[in-house]
Design a protein around this ligand. Structure first.
Ligand code: DX5
Ligand code: ZN
Length: 220
């Protein structure tokens, strides 16, 4: 499975949430990327489980929940019950990362692990075969609309090589999140990304379909 476009609702108009979800799905979104922030792991605060549950009611696509929170283990079950199909935790927030990934899978959700730009791939090397998605941050998490950090490209390419060495049934998807837009997306895909997360590049564009098609065209 490659070539997945996951618009981040962080940049949508929250006053028109249901309409925005309908519009982005009609425009060709494959997944909905939901950025949960707690004001502790990252400086910003967004939304929690009740909003995810509300989104679930009006969406038909997989919900890809990105937890930028401390002690995510406390909320895994809650976000799964709210309807998350994918739950991603940050390696930096998980002293027992293997256990956290198992906990996600035990809810029936797919398990993801994310890395900040300053965190080495070494932090996830031992759990690569135990997760379904690795989310590489190419901005420091917390806000939409930031500039892409170029050093992320080498990291994505190295991760691609590490994953390709695993048996095929154990290979997680590579997602890239932060500053993905025309101009960076080509490099991100060339480095080996499977999933593109994009907030401002989609929701600040005049035409969602065109913005999604443009991102998708980066895939071979
Ligand atoms: C950043 C979030 C991203 C964010 C990306 O902390 O994890 O998902 O929405 O926004 P853009 O695509 O605008 O960089
Ligand atoms: Zn995100």
């Amino acid at each position: 499975m490659t070539g997945i476009i996951a618009p981040s609702l962080l940049s949508c108009d929250f006053a028109r949430l249901a309409e925005e979800i309908a519009a982005i799905e009609a425009a060709g979104a494959d997944w909905l990327h939901l950025d949960v922030m707690d004001g502790r792991f990252v400086p910003n605060i967004t939304f929690g489980m009740p909003i995810v549950a509300a989104m679930k009611k009006v969406s038909t696509k997989p919900l890809d929940t990105h937890l930028m929170i401390v002690e995510p283990d406390r909320y895994i079950e809650g976000f799964a019950e709210a309807g998350s199909d994918w739950i991603t935790v940050h390696a930096e927030a998980c002293p027992h990362l293997h256990r956290s990934l198992q906990a996600i899978r035990s809810t029936g959700a797919k398990a993801g692990v994310s890395l900040n730009p300053g965190t080495s791939l070494n932090a996830i090397e031992e759990v690569l075969g135990d997760c379904d998605q690795v989310l590489i941050m190419t901005v420091n998490p917390g806000f939409g609309g930031q500039n892409f950090i170029e050093s992320g490209l080498k990291k994505i390419a190295r991760l691609r090589r590490m994953i390709d060495e695993l048996p095929s049934h154990q290979r997680p998807l590579i997602s890239v999140d932060g500053g993905v837009k025309p101009g960076t997306v080509e490099k991100v895909v060339a480095a080996g990304a499977d999933v593109l997360v994009a907030g401002s590049a989609v929701f600040k564009a005049p035409d969602y379909s065109q913005a999604i098609a443009e991102l998708r065209s980066a895939f071979p």
